[in-house]
Design a protein around this ligand. Structure first.
Ligand SMILES: NC(=O)c1ccc[n+]([C@@H]2O[C@H](COP(=O)([O-])OP(=O)(O)OC[C@H]3O[C@@H](n4cnc5c(N)ncnc54)[C@H](O)[C@@H]3O)[C@@H](O)[C@H]2O)c1
Length: 397
């Protein structure tokens, strides 16, 4: 991630220093940046001169002291709090008063990282998506003590790098990864109850929902072991939120060493190519298909996953984790959702979504299916979605 971020910084015109305590890793990173610029020139995104100038703005350094004159330091060291703490302690003694320290952490609390800095208000989150030079989204995260100046600098830097920047409040998974939690967890629940098998769930989510990958394919790609660790950290950081309880199925797969693509076997067996049958030909009637995607049956498979995603987005909105527009932008640009879940809910009808959730709550009597207060508030005030002129968003047409 560090090399990708350095490439973006140098490309935006900033004099960029790259540091890694392992000399081979530092050289590999610098090489990756050079290759990245060459690729951009080959694809015509930059002229040869621009690519050479970009690469020329990157300098590798072999000690942190080289950061003394920097206005912004972006950290992408491994995801261990004690390692980050040590680095923020060292940096606090090196950089100037005004320098902003940004972490690319994906699962630690920015507030917890900032605790080691001499001025926690200068610490913010800059969460890039992988691969950083390609993905269009940047999530800027406000820790409890982050100053507005530090956040503004991170935001402006992201825009100078060509990113669409969304703002999020600190908390488990920030905005995008938090709102996406039910995509995997609800699919696992459907599997646990034997409502459908893995291939069927994935196929319906792809074919009916318009997602590029089904939840099980995605979990295999991320790594089931990594996913379980993330689930545990959500559950711990929230002191046991039932919506985020890890699935016992993932724990069994991890115990069996079936971590996903990286071990050749997870929910799918990757020793055969292709690992799943191809999808049937798309429906030849495009408008009907588009309608079907827009209005999935809420009691079907896809509907249950979608309602839970919408519900999580509504919780995040109600808790002030991000704006409705930032939630939808984040899900589309960060995770390739076919459309923003909140705009999708406005098309379906918020009363329909809430009634599907209440139906699940009636059936299971589990807190994980409680409707978000923000969703209930909108329904009670008659903001039922596009057909009433307002829902999560306002409509003038
Ligand atoms: N990989 C992803 O998809 C992804 C996406 C978003 C965010 N992140 C976050 O980015 C960070 C890095 O992830 P990664 O996948 O690039 O990890 P990585 O292990 O591939 O790279 C980390 C690099 O940091 C170096 N390092 C170790 N100690 C250091 C120190 N004290 N100072 C400077 N460099 C040091 C290591 O030598 C290594 O080269 C983590 O916080 C992770 O959560 C990763």
């Amino acid at each position: 991630m560090g090399a990708g971020i350095a490439q973006l910084a140098a490309r935006s015109g900033a004099n960029t220093f790259l540091f890694d305590p392992i000399p081979e890793a530092l050289q590999r990173g610098a090489e990756k940046v050079r290759e990245g610029f060459e690729k951009e020139a080959d694809r015509g995104r930059l002229s040869a001169d621009e690519a050479a100038a970009g690469a020329g703005r990157l300098q590798t350094v072999d000690e942190l002291a080289a950061f003394a004159a920097c206005e912004l330091v972006i950290e992408a060291v491994p995801e261990r709090l004690e390692l980050k703490h040590e680095l923020y302690r060292q940096l606090s003694e090196i950089v100037s008063e005004k320098c902003v320290l940004a972490s690319n952490t994906s699962s630690l609390l920015v507030t917890a990282i900032a605790a080691a800095a001499s001025k926690p208000e200068r610490v913010v989150g800059m969460h890039f998506f992988n691969p950083a030079p390609v993905m269009r989204l940047l999530e800027v995260i406000a820790g409890e003590q982050s100053s507005e100046q530090a956040l503004a600098l991170a935001h402006a830097t992201g825009e100078a790098m060509g990113k669409t920047v969304i703002r999020a409040k600190d908390g488990p998974g920030f905005l995008v990864n938090r709102c996406n939690r039910p995509f995997g967890l609800e699919a696992l629940r459907l599997l646990q109850e034997r409502i459908a098998d893995i291939e069927t769930i994935d196929r319906i989510v792809r074919m009916e929902g318009g997602f590029r990958m089904g939840p099980f394919e995605l979990m295999d790609l991320v790594g089931i072991d990594t996913g379980l660790e993330i689930s545990k950290s959500f559950y711990e950081q929230s002191f046991g939120e039932p919506r985020w309880r890890p699935s016992p199925i993932t724990a069994r797969y991890v115990a069996a060493g079936r971590y996903g693509r990286k071990t050749g076997r997870g929910y799918y067996d990757y020793s055969s190519d292709p690992y799943r049958p191809p999808d049937p030909d798309p429906d030849p009637d495009p408008p009907a298909r588009a309608d079907a995607k827009m209005q999935p049956a809420l009691d079907g498979v896809l509907g249950r996953i979608l309602c839970q995603v919408i519900n999580e987005c509504a919780f995040a909105l109600g808790e002030g984790v991000g704006s409705a527009q930032d939630i939808d932008t984040g899900m589309v640009l960060g995770l390739n959702y076919p459309r923003g879940p909140l705009a999708w809910a406005d098309e379906i009808g918020l009363d329909q979504v809430l009634s599907a959730l209440d139906g699940l709550w009636e059936k299971y009597r589990e807190e994980r299916y409680r409707g978000a207060p923000e969703l209930r508030r909108l329904v009670h005030t008659g903001r039922l979605g596009r057909h009433t002129g307002a829902g999560f968003f306002e409509y003038s047409d």
